[in-house]
Write a protein that binds this ligand. Structure first.
Ligand code: BMA
Length: 833
């Protein structure tokens, strides 16, 4: 007897059936067609009902099969499903897949109809009937009552676009029996991390396999060679030890090797009835929270240890890659993960206001050795908790965990995004209440985050569960326990970026700074008729930034630091340079806090955000079209295995009890970071250069860098900088460059400039750019800050950007596709402002 699986993915016709008549209906075509048609919408589409209709043929074989199901992998969201005029399902959770038995209901020619209620109206009704509006950040409060991707209600980086439709495939499946669930736990241990174990603890066959059925298990190694095999009775589940197993190693520490487990259910005659396969990564992950010394600020660490290696997680937050999820071609996920790896990042946080992502994203992370932090889909709100909603969430969580636990990349589940933070803001959390009975408190969703979700994660996986991001300590903002979202740069107290060191947390799972996307992306906002709108304050430009108060915030950071121009290309340049500087400083200062075993004072920095869901201005470090902003490269430099860092502080000391008598010294601290597991002996060189007077000082240290830690190298006065005794004493414009050298080889470099740059008078730096095909060689006679390169016409793919240049230190970058064309350059002090 045969199994079949047919995807019903074409021929959908859809129409608006709302009783309301909206203007511009023509434009309001559906936004989630499975045919990947780019469609447009306006606000009113959120408030219309839609019907999707298709016909499909059932073959004689499918027709007579003992079991036939329609599998809806994702219906967005409030849907009534009708097959041949008979209602067969109603749905209200976009994150669930639905399997509906249609045995005996198929005809030769079948009509399948999906009627979607307007999501906004359905959510509002749900809200009205179950407790009414509750506090939230971003969007309409009805979203808290809806199991639909929350960002569709609009976010501070995305428009309001509430899609409807079958957003994942619809399939007709026929079978005798099928594998409904398979749980495989794998682990790695041993002094050489080469002893793997694999345990199958659940094989759910539905309907029950026939008597005398057998199950064949085959494990193959990464090259496809069979490592283990068994032919078992149905109840007999494999529990295997694999000597000499190749571990799944995270990026930077080895190969992310994966095995494949194939499972087939056979009847007594050996005919295959059902089969499945799963990739298996042997790895051991722990989230370590160890007490830290009081001298180090106390509290506890929050770090990931993979196969015995403690990891500083330098990575990004991820939002859905499109407002129209059906638009995302599978390869786009891989391209995003390739970018992440190119940026030397090792962790991706799938944020709770989006979706449990496509398998392709996790598969790409598995293949690349990228660690995934997975939120459950709740964000920025005081969510309700009541029976029907809880049941839906329970089912959603079970499906998500069953699907995602098979990915070695997934190392943590977090209950939500910022929901404890908002509860604290509202004064409704009582951390002394540990009764477990939360549904009737003012913070009912504790029932979801502390009872339902951990229950599911613990029952169905061995993955670590954390109740929220951020969470831990006295409040979710506690810098000494758990993770934090550090938004006191940009939001909050709007600190200067030089304060990142004081703002460090044990694990910073969010922080960010906005920057414009590439001018090429900006150009796409304006039609031919709208060219006069191409300035930062135009209505069209402002529409492309959804963050409240963005003008004030961008300008605050620009004004404090730059003399800047305001034409569009200049605004693109200056916001990009500012974003690059801000974010690189965070990674640099926080990685310094990774001081070795027992002193992991900061163990992670995940930038908000790597991607966009449409072409806009946001905190993203790469835009919607996957164009990296300069910040992407600046961060990549801070996450190389070897880096060197400096911090410069002015220290003012008063004497004689008077404010009139003081001394201001400029101190510099110098350190290096090494993420390799071996210590490394290198030369660190420090050069001081006065912008007006030339080189002042040059010194070096031969030092051994600790393995997988930062090493402090030197601290002292900025060479050549006099002590100032009056506020009228202008400090000399001394730029410092530190490099890690291995002979003539430059392993790392960093320039430290006197800030703010707005006070500096920039001399002509004697910038020289030589192009040879796709190779670009740059040299200067005087230091240059924030060099961003481009070319006219077709864009090139740059290997580096936002460079600081120093005399006597030529740098080369490649620009794929440049093909010898002329390079344009912008830098701070280039005369544009
Ligand atoms: C965060 C996120 C998002 C938001 C971002 C920028 O904390 O969780 O909700 O987009 O800040 O404001």
């Amino acid at each position: 007897m045969t199994r079949t699986s047919t995807t019903i993915d074409s021929g959908w016709q859809f129409s608006q059936v709302s009783s309301k008549t909206w203007p511009d209906v023509e434009e309001n075509v559906s936004v989630a067609s499975p045919t990947r048609t780019r469609t447009s919408t306006s606000g009113s589409a959120n408030e219309a009902d839609w019907v999707f209709r298709t016909t499909f043929l059932a073959s004689p074989e499918q027709f007579s099969a003992p079991n036939a199901d329609l599998l809806f992998e994702g219906l967005d969201t409030y849907c009534t499903v009708t097959l041949n005029g008979e209602e067969i399902a109603t749905t209200s959770n976009m994150f669930l897949s639905h399997r509906v038995s249609v045995t005996g209901k198929l005809k030769e020619k079948n009509t399948l109809e999906l009627r979607f209620d307007a999501p906004l109206l359905a959510a509002k009704k749900e809200e009205a009937e179950n407790g009414g509006p509750k506090p939230l950040w971003n969007g309409d409060s009805s979203r808290l009552y809806s199991r639909k991707a929350q960002y569709g209600w609009g976010w501070d980086w995305g428009p309001i676009i509430m899609t409807v439709g079958p957003w994942r495939p619809v399939k007709l499946e026929t079978y005798v029996c099928r594998i409904n669930d398979l749980r495989v736990d794998s682990n790695l241990k041993g002094s050489k991390w080469d002893e793997g174990s694999l345990e199958v603890s659940n094989l759910d066959i539905s309907p029950k396999a026939p008597k005398d059925a057998k199950v064949a298990y085959t494990l193959t190694d990464p090259e496809g060679k069979v490592v283990k095999q068994a032919m078992n009775d149905v109840e007999e589940l494999p529990d295997w030890e694999i000597e000499g197993a190749r571990g799944w190693w995270h990026v930077g520490y080895g190969k992310p090797d994966m095995y494949t487990l194939e499972v087939a259910v056979l009847d007594a005659s050996g005919t295959e009835l059902a089969a499945t396969s799963q990739r298996v990564g042997f790895r051991h992950v722990e989230v370590v929270q160890e007490a830290l010394a009081e001298a180090d600020g106390g509290g506890s660490s929050f770090l990931f240890e993979v196969n015995g290696v403690r990891v500083f997680c330098g990575g990004s937050n991820w939002i859905p890659a499109d407002n129209y999820l059906t638009e995302i071609e599978p390869d786009r996920y891989k391209r995003w993960v390739d970018l992440l790896v190119k940026g030397n990042q090792n962790m991706l946080r799938v944020w709770g206001g989006g979706i449990y992502e496509a398998d392709e994203l996790y598969a790409a992370c598995d293949e690349a050795g990228v660690l995934v932090w997975q939120d459950f889909m709740f964000g920025c709100g005081l969510y309700p908790s009541y029976k029907r909603l809880n049941d839906s969430i329970q089912a959603e969580a079970e499906q998500a965990v069953q699907r995602l636990r098979a990915h070695p990349s997934v190392v943590i589940f977090a209950g939500n995004n910022e929901d404890y933070q908002i509860a604290e803001e509202q004064g409704v959390v009582d951390y002394n209440d540990e009764s477990g009975d939360y549904m009737h408190t003012k913070f009912p969703a504790r029932h979801i985050y502390e009872i339902i979700l951990p229950g599911v994660v613990q029952k169905l996986s061995n993955i670590f569960y954390w109740r929220s991001s951020p969470y831990g300590g006295k409040t979710s903002g506690d810098l000494t326990v758990g993770d934090v979202h550090q938004w006191n740069v940009w939001h909050g107290t709007q600190e200067p970026w030089s304060h990142w060191d004081k703002l460090a947390g044990r694990f910073v799972s969010e922080f960010g700074m906005q920057g414009y996307p590439s001018m090429r992306t900006v150009e796409a906002w304006f039609s031919d008729k709208e060219q006069d709108q191409k300035f930062p304050q135009s209505r069209i430009s402002v529409n492309h930034n959804k963050a409240a108060g963005f003008e004030r915030r961008l300008e605050l950071y620009l004004m404090e630091n730059f003399r800047h121009a305001f034409d569009m290309p200049s605004y693109v340049y200056y916001t990009q340079a500012m974003q690059a500087e801000t974010l690189a400083a965070a990674y640099r200062l926080w990685r310094r806090n990774w001081k070795g075993r027992g002193r992991e004072l900061t163990s992670g920095a995940l930038v908000w955000q790597i991607n966009d869901c449409w072409p806009c201005v946001s905190w993203a470090i790469c835009d919607y079209y996957l164009r990296p902003k300069p910040a992407f490269f600046a961060i990549a430099r801070e996450l190389r295995p070897l880096t060197v860092g400096m911090a410069r502080k002015d220290i003012k000391t008063y004497r004689d009890g008077s404010l009139a008598f003081f001394e201001t010294r400029s101190e510099v601290q110098l350190w290096a970071c090494n993420s390799e597991l071996e210590e490394r002996t290198v030369r660190v060189e420090l050069v001081a250069f006065d912008l007006n007077d030339g080189e002042l000082d040059r010194q070096h240290w031969d030092v051994t860098l600790k393995p997988n830690a930062s090493t402090e190298i030197w601290a002292g006065d900025v060479p050549g900088q006099a002590v100032r005794t009056s506020d009228a004493d202008v400090p000399r414009p001394i730029v410092l460059q530190a490099r890690i050298l291995d002979g003539d080889n430059v392993l790392a470099r960093y320039s430290n400039w006197p800030e703010p740059w707005k006070y500096l008078t920039f001399p002509d730096p004697g910038l020289r750019i030589d192009v040879d095909g796709d190779e670009v060689t740059i040299s200067v006679e005087k230091p240059v800050k924030g060099l961003i390169l481009d070319t006219e016409g077709e864009e090139a793919e740059w290997s580096d950007q936002a460079l600081d240049m120093f005399p006597g230190d030529t740098q080369s970058v490649t620009a794929k596709g440049l093909k010898g064309r002329k390079v344009t350059a912008r830098y701070i002090g280039d005369g544009s402002a």
